[in-house]
Design a binder for this molecule. Sequence first.
Ligand SMILES: Nc1ncnc2c1ncn2[C@@H]1O[C@H](COP(=O)(O)OP(=O)(O)OP(=O)(O)O)[C@@H](O)[C@H]1O
Ligand SMILES: [Mg+2]
Length: 237
Amino acid sequence: MTHLLHLDKLSAGYGAIQALHGVNLSLNPSGRLALIGRNGVGKTTLLKAVMGLADVKAGRVYFDGQDITLWSPRERARAGLGYVPQTRDIFPSLTVEENLVTGLKGRPRSALDEAYALFPRLAERRQNGGQQLSGGEQQMLSVARTLLGKPRLLLLDEPLEGLAPIICIELMRAFEHLAQETGVAVLLVEQKVDDALRFAPRAVVLERGEVVLESDSEALGQRSDLLERYVGVAGAH
Ligand SMILES: Nc1ncnc2c1ncn2[C@@H]1O[C@H](COP(=O)(O)OP(=O)(O)OP(=O)(O)O)[C@@H](O)[C@H]1O
Ligand SMILES: [Mg+2]
């Protein structure tokens, strides 16, 4: 089977700064992979490099068998990559519905119902301004907007960061439902390691821009020594 995403000895960064060093990683169609590691190890940079938003110094990025290393972010989005950045990029001055419309990418307006079905909170707040939303609702909006473009691979950068436990549960349920129903592949960066390992059967650990461990998630969840060393938490599995 052709990998949906394959990183081949990828080194990337920003100008003279190199933040990723020779990363190999692959993900099958409809696969799920957790990417974990401490602050500043290069998790966001890896997602940005996949999306064409970081400078690739060496190595290649393949999506669905094609070498996309030199493609623009727009071309990658059109090919089926969906990126939900750590910063929750919504338009604060637009309403929920107007934000969602910007994600339609030529699809009919009726497609908005998909977003509202996944996140009923957004349906209730469709005329609210983006800046009136709670952090969790902003995250839902950011995810929903990306999903409207019907990606084949969803790149999620710490979607649970700073959110209340009840909202985290709601979001993880939505990701689970989405992955099962649509078959979208998911690369999940998350420091809430228990949630990440429960969601994805495989996990990759980054440290100082390098992959230091790739493991079955269940096995990793039981290794509190490794989790303590690489992520700074003793897993509660
Ligand atoms: N725009 C940028 N310009 C220059 N250096 C950057 C930039 N963004 C990140 N870096 C550096 O690259 C390295 C990796 O950062 P990155 O944001 O990928 O880490 P991260 O694992 O996502 O961290 P966090 O868990 O805090 O989100 C860090 O040393 C960081 O300082
Ligand atoms: Mg980050």
